[in-house]
Design a protein around this ligand. Structure first.
Ligand code: FES
Length: 161
């Protein structure tokens, strides 16, 4: 398959250079740069990862390895609203597993899937460090703690298109 030409804007390249300058070895900036790329293009396709490899002057295999290791990097398109439901110990004791099950049922999708309209995707995750607010979920980068299924339904309805 032919590689699609993707480019970072000059301001983004400047930010990448700034990130590289923060570390003794510029390679260490790969994670924030992958995050930037995911925000820009929505997910890390092969073309996106090759573009990141070019700008980071790293082998594609290295970029692929890092992207594959961390679940926060999407290797397929996810929803505009990505819902993460914690089912680790504190959250499971307070119903996180049931919440995950009910949300999957409501959205008609399973773990790491997205709705046909592209609005939502859902993922069962390990502890997100908000155990004191169990059960908790995250929608994109916002945390919601001590949530019930009714709360989550209200939150989903209130999200803009
Ligand atoms: S166990 Fe759910 S946030 Fe820690």
């Amino acid at each position: 398959m032919e590689q699609q030409t993707l480019t970072f804007e000059p301001a983004e390249v400047a930010e990448i250079e700034r990130l590289k300058s923060l570390y003794p070895h510029p390679k260490a900036a790969l994670m924030p740069v992958l995050w930037m790329a995911q925000k820009k293009w929505g997910w890390l396709s092969e073309d996106v990862m090759r573009t990141v490899a070019d700008v980071m002057e790293l082998p594609y295999a290295h970029v692929l390895g890092v992207a594959r290791f961390y679940t926060m990097y999407f290797k397929k398109p996810m929803g505009r609203y990505h819902i993460q439901v914690c089912t680790n110990v504190s959250c499971i004791l307070r119903g996180g597993d049931k919440l995950f099950e009910l949300l999957c049922e409501k959205l008609g999708i399973g773990n790491n899937e997205r709705t046909p309209d592209g609005r939502f995707s859902i993922e069962e995750v390990e502890c997100m460090g908000a155990c004191g607010g169990a059960p908790m979920i995250a929608i994109n980068e916002d945390y919601y703690e001590n949530v019930t299924f009714d709360d989550v339904e209200r939150i989903l309805q209130s999200l803009p298109d």
